[in-house]
Design a protein around this ligand. Structure first.
Ligand code: NAD
Ligand code: UDP
Length: 338
């Protein structure tokens, strides 16, 4: 019988794409999501794309009795833990909400896993744990730090998972530090669907292209980069999704806790991304250079060697596919899942 993976936050952007890769790899998928930042429609479309069924439960990772009933009535092999709030600005305004949802939620989840004897975990961490890196590219041995409550919640979770592994070495934990996920499934059926004005660059550009926003504000034109705008390591969400399947395989073969960068190793500027998107959608997109966004670093890109050698994973899809797929999703679903 195929193994069942519990996917918290599985209706969200990265979670929904990962569900497809899991189904393709022969896993059974059980989604737990409170839909605070997503729609059940995403899971319906995942089933349509994969031609397989996905069990979905509406609920919160902070609900211990619900988790106990999920673990007792399903034979869960591992948990991929995406559920979390992710808006940096909001986390500064509402730190307790972020610590409760992200940190307490993870404690409640791990507690239930321990009670059930399920000790395989893949956790969604972030490149934000590297703070302002002293040099580039960034490898996993770089020092970690946080500049806002969102980032601190990721760091706190990484550390509490480390403590958990010390207390009980039977835990197998992959900490996946994502760089900048973009793009969508090539079908155009699922993609990123921000509830409010997008904080992130790519969904903002896509909404300008589809006519929902007037112009892009480029946050800073005087960074020490090739064109003055911020440089990031954008990674196609389907490649990222694949990394989770590889991490599950790694959990089966290794014991321990280990962090992995999931990035391409290539940095593109804001203007590089805008130009590539213009090419994909065939339109000229309006933009204005505005002030730097507080807390932003000039450049950030991964050294992805560890994931290549230990997970046998590396990103395959380039900038053209990232933009073409993001545009297909946005053009066919101008209002997202609504
Ligand atoms: P998303 O908001 O689309 O997905 C998160 C999902 O978790 C949503 O469906 C939301 O409804 C659900 N959720 C939130 N709190 C919950 C709770 N308490 N109980 C149950 N469900 C809950 O975000 P995403 O972009 O898919 O990100 C997934 C994970 O990856 C998050 O933990 C995020 O912090 C992390 N991450 C994202 C990025 C990025 O740029 N998208 C980068 C690095 C790390
Ligand atoms: N950015 C921008 N305008 C926007 C959103 C983002 O110029 O409306 C820039 C931002 O300053 C950064 C890059 O785009 O240099 C990526 O930002 P994003 O928020 O997507 O990711 P992160 O800051 O988490 O790397």
């Amino acid at each position: 019988m195929s193994k069942t993976i519990l996917v918290t936050g599985g209706a969200g952007y990265i979670g929904s794409h990962t569900c497809i890769k899991l189904l393709d790899a022969g896993f059974q998928v059980l989604v737990l999501d409170n839909y605070s930042n997503s729609s059940p429609e995403a899971t319906r479309r995942v089933q349509q794309i994969a031609g397989k069924t996905v069990a979905a439960i509406r609920g919160d990772i902070n609900d211990a009795p619900l988790l106990d009933s999920i673990f007792s009535s399903n034979d869960i092999h591992a948990v991929i833990h995406f559920a979390g709030l992710k808006a940096v600005g909001e986390s500064v305004a509402q730190p307790l909400r972020y610590y409760h949802n992200n940190v307490s939620g993870t404690v409640v989840l791990c507690d239930a896993m321990q009670r059930a004897g399920v000790k395989n975990l893949v956790f969604s961490s972030s490149a934000t744990v590297y703070g302002d890196p002293a040099s580039l590219p960034i490898n996993e041995a770089f020092p970690t730090s946080a500049t806002n409550p969102y980032g601190r919640s990721k760091l706190m979770i990484e550390e509490l998972l480390g403590d958990l592994h010390v207390s009980d070495p039977d835990w197998n934990i992959a900490l996946l530090r994502y760089f900048n996920p973009v793009g969508a499934h090539p079908s155009g059926l699922i993609g990123e669907d921000p509830a409010d004005i997008p904080n992130n660059l790519m969904p903002y550009i896509a909404q300008v292209a589809v006519g929902r926003r007037e112009r892009l504000n480029v946050f800073g034109g005087d960074y020490p980069t090739h064109d003055g705008t911020g440089v990031r390591d954008y990674i196609h969400v389907m490649d990222l999704a694949d990394g989770h399947v590889r991490a599950l395989e790694w959990l089966n073969s290794q014991a321990g806790i280990r962090a992995f960068n999931l990035g391409t190793g290539i940095g593109y500027s804001v203007l590089d991304m805008l130009k590539a998107f213009e090419k994909a959608c065939g339109k000229t997109l309006d933009y204005v250079i505005s002030d730097r966004r507080p807390g932003d670093v000039a450049s950030c890109y991964a050294d992805p060697q560890r994931a290549a050698s230990e997970l046998d994973w590396s990103a395959r899809l380039g900038l053209e596919a990232m933009c073409a797929d993001a545009w297909r999703w946005q053009e066919r679903n101008p209002q997202g899942y609504k």
